[in-house]
Design a protein around this ligand. Structure first.
Ligand code: MTE
Ligand code: LUZ
Ligand code: MOS
Length: 755
């Protein structure tokens, strides 16, 4: 019987990259890290390291045969620092040894002399120095200046959100095997096998066909392995090609935290104008993104910030600017939501501030300004099958918001040292890669003579359940049992030029491609069936429950018999298909177009209780109405929604990434970096939006991976309200995360910024 990933995980039988057997001649690689944020490398002394028995070779930039370059969108990122280091934790050299512990010991013996240079860690400071990854971008519609002149209310302010550590369970890992003729087979824990293959080939001066990248599954990625698994795969590839022996690397947790980038911290300056009825007339916002030292995916993330600055609200006049600032931190990278959450937080802050100025509930302003069917987004496309108001209405009713608010008010009236509050968060998230060319996927399907089915595609399983969804789609398309179907590892030899599994599009795009490939084979099979059954027409045949059906009546032709007959008749039982998401385009000269195939909508409330003596708090409940189209798999999607919202809650509350004055990470361990645990995670009530549909999605479903993270934003505003219930004089400062320490200070009147 086929066991799905969940069953294998539960038995401890699922394999990850580090579990692949290391052959007897396998070597182990350890990166040598910069201990300075910015400086020139004057001397790199590897003598003592070399002298350690078991050390085989120490690689530096000079050993790279092709380009010392791992940049994808921009080519600004060296694999191994050469003359200059630009962040603390940057990789300078690679020690390769007979065991992992020898490699680690030897790496610690490498000494480096630096000439220190000035370093900058703050986005606004970098902006002031003109340190940008690319010129500032601007999205606009209407005329904000004219609209502000008409406003009854105008609020201005600033908002900040912090970084977030991905904390995938499986740290970065890769193993490379040399093949004949300068070929390589690389197993990498990456969300982007195609890009990993391309960048390894470029770095080694090989053709892409000489490099095979294979991924069985990841122990979580969350965006942290979209771009940043590549360097580690490149390191083992470099060593394996040179030494002609297998080479393996698995980072320790603290190393992973120190080397890799995180969610981008953002700062924003906003100005929001409303009429006397609370209708938003104009919104102007300027974002400063802390990119870290290299471009990585920062510009794509910045673009999604521009797209999501308006969230689920209609604003006739908008002006959004965003600039990516280069600092001396590890390059920040993709993280679930991809710049969207940072944008949405700023608008929620502006709405909250306006509500307080006007003396109304923030939810009143939120509700009044929800996007409506046909409203145009400021980037040109209309909101279609818009579910903002329906999600809100269903949530308001199902979760009895009014009643709950009355209960909260009653509680607060009778309790002095505990205060409760509730806040609401509507979401609208665009589905598709904003880089239009990435919206394509391939699948390769084989039906074997015994009737079992093998599916390859570009989707990487990382816990999001994409394999289970693919199995469902293939089983439905063929009309056979799920047990017959195997989803292969993700492999660049079977699927060429695959896009990353990212942007929540993995199941959607690869599922569409798999369906198309299966349909081709099924069509051939039905032609064979028509020949075998007398007096039948192909167009009236189908396969259901592993049996050929004619005009609704089961025939005696089973799947097994059909396949063996088709094989004997020399029928092609393999097919390849390519899916390109239809109707997506974007014109960057005017910043208008139809960048998303559809949007995901939803609405959530978050309720909290603050302990006003200690500053501790409890998230009591999160209640969600989520637009999932017609869900492909409700259980998987429930898990995605719960996981995403908890990740969003953590980002807003406990998770505080801190660097010291020298740019050295202070929070690279779970003992000092707090993520939500099962005690912190609230009761989560997930309802799917009723009567939802999505003709543009896979079997009418919607992508689910990222959007629900943004429901978590509400917790910031719930905590703010609870603090104000205790200390009405406290001015919200829109500076996330709202850690218990900050809550305590706010309760007693102090605003302080996270370190
Ligand atoms: N769920 C789990 N369990 N682990 C993950 O790493 N990554 C998220 C989301 N859900 C992730 C996850 C992110 S950032 C994305 S983009 C999507 O899954 C990717 O998968 P999909 O496109 O198949 O939804
Ligand atoms: N990755 C990417 C993404 O390259 N482009 C995107 O638009 C995107 N969106 C969300 C997450 N990852
Ligand atoms: Mo997800 S941030 O698109 O990997």
């Amino acid at each position: 019987m086929r066991l799905d990933d969940a069953a294998l995980h539960a038995m401890g039988a699922s394999q990850f990259t580090d579990d692949l057997p290391a052959p007897a001649d396998c070597l182990f690689l350890q990166p040598v890290l910069s201990t300075l944020a910015h400086g020139l490398i004057e001397k790199l002394d590897t003598q003592a390291a070399h002298a350690l028995p078991g050390v085989v070779k120490i690689f530096t930039a000079a050993d790279i045969p092709g380009q010392n370059q791992v940049g994808n969108v921009a080519t600004d990122e060296v694999l191994l620092a050469d003359k200059e280091v630009v962040y603390h934790g940057q990789v300078l050299a690679l020690v390769v040894a007979e065991s992992a512990s020898i490699a680690r010991q030897a790496a610690a013996l490498v000494t480096v002399d630096y000439q220190p240079l000035p370093a900058v860690f703050d986005a606004r400071a970098a902006d002031g120095l003109g340190l940008h990854i690319a010129p500032k971008r601007l999205f606009a519609c209407g005329d904000v200046e004219a609209a502000f002149a008409e406003c009854a209310w105008i609020v201005e302010g600033s908002a900040r959100t912090g970084a977030q550590e991905h904390m995938y369970l499986e740290t970065q890992a890769a193993i490379a095997y040399p093949l004949e003729n300068r070929g390589l087979k690389v197993f990498s824990a990456t969300q982007s096998p195609g890009m990993t293959q391309r960048i390894i080939a470029r770095m080694l001066g090989l053709a892409m066909h000489q490099v095979e990248v294979d991924v069985l599954r990841l122990g979580g990625g969350f965006g942290g392995k979209e771009e940043q698994a590549t360097p580690f795969a490149a390191m083992v590839a470099l060593a394996a090609l040179h030494l002609q022996r297998p080479v393996k690397l698995t980072l320790r947790r603290d190393e992973d935290c120190n080397i890799t980038g995180k969610r981008h911290p953002y700062e924003a300056d906003f100005k929001l104008g409303l009429d006397a009825d609370g209708k938003i007339l104009a919104y102007q916002v300027d974002f400063y993104q802390n990119a870290g030292a290299y471009a990585d995916l920062s510009l794509a993330i910045l673009e999604r910030t521009l797209f999501h600055a308006g969230n689920a609200y209609y604003t006739p006049n908008m002006q959004v600017s965003a600039v990516s600032c280069r600092t001396h931190l590890p390059p920040n990278t993709a993280f679930r939501g991809f710049g969207g959450p940072q944008a949405m937080f700023a608008l929620e802050a502006a709405i909250f501030k306006a509500a307080q100025a006007m003396g109304v509930e923030p939810s009143e302003l939120q509700r009044r300004n929800l996007l409506k069917e046909g409203d145009s987004f400021y980037y040109g496309m209309p909101a279609q099958r818009c579910q903002t108001e329906s999600s809100w209405a269903q949530a308001e009713q199902n979760f009895a918001w009014r009643q709950r608010q009355r209960e909260i008010d009653a509680f607060n009236a009778t309790h002095t040292l505990e205060k409760k509050a509730m806040a609401i968060m509507p979401i609208c998230f665009g589905i598709s890669f904003t880089a239009t060319f990435l919206n394509q996927a391939d699948a390769l399907v084989h039906v074997y003579a015994d009737g079992s089915v093998n599916v390859s595609c570009g989707a990487v399983e990382m816990g999001q359940g994409v394999k289970s969804k693919l199995v469902k789609v293939v089983a439905q398309t063929f009309g056979i049992a799920e047990q017959r179907i195997k989803i292969e590892s993700t492999n660049t030899g079977r699927i060429a030029n695959m896009s990353p599994t990212a942007a929540s599009t993995g199941a959607d795009m690869n599922g569409q491609a798999a369906r198309m490939a299966c349909s081709q084979i099924k069509q051939r099979l039905l032609t064979v069936a028509a020949g075998l059954l007398e007096n039948t027409e192909v167009s009236r045949l189908s396969i259901e429950n592993e049996r050929v059906v004619y005009q609704g009546q089961p025939t005696d032709l089973s799947w097994n018999k059909l396949i063996s007959q088709a094989y004997l008749a020399r029928t092609a039982l393999s097919a390849h298909a390519h899916y390109a998401t239809p109707d997506v385009f974007f014109d960057r000269t005017v910043n208008k177009g139809h960048p998303f195939v559809y949007h995901v909508y939803g609405c959530a409330s978050v309720e909290v209780t603050v302990d006003c003596l200690r500053g501790r708090y409890c998230i009591d409940r999160v209640s969600i109405v989520h637009d999932d189209g017609k869900p492909l798999d409700e259980i998987i999607d429930r898990g995605q929604i719960e996981g995403a919202v908890v990740q969003g809650l953590g980002w807003m509350t406990l998770e505080q990434v801190a660097y010291d004055a020298g740019g050295r990470l202070q929070t690279g361990k779970l003992s000092v970096y707090k993520i939500p645990d099962m005690h912190f995670a609230p009761e989560i009530d997930v309802n799917f939006l009723e009567n939802a549909d999505n003709p543009s999605g896979l079997l009418h479903s919607k992508a689910v991976g990222e959007p629900p993270l943004m429901y978590g934003i509400a917790v910031y505003f719930a905590l703010t309200k609870a603090i104000q219930a205790f200390n009405p004089g406290w001015q919200a400062d829109f500076d996330a995360p709202m850690t218990p320490e900050r809550v305590l200070l706010a309760l007693y009147g102090k605003n302080i910024s996270p370190a």
